[in-house]
Design a protein. Sequence first.
Length: 83
Amino acid sequence: MTLNLIYFARLKDTFGRGGETLDSGAASVAELLAELAARGGVWADELGTGRVFRVAVNQTMASRDTALSAGDEVAIFPPVTGG
């Protein structure tokens, strides 16, 4: 299925792109993150165990067990603070 991925803040800078369209077999957010981390290098560094980031599916905050469907927009971003 096709997913529309968007990366924000340090992830956008580290991955060298603001987003991508990905043909994926991931059924959940956890499976998608594992698929991306399996690319190795900075992908594994940023999305691996112990790293802090948030995920939204179709502009709604999501957990690792959130199901994915074809055409979903998945945003991955580090937590932000404001002042």
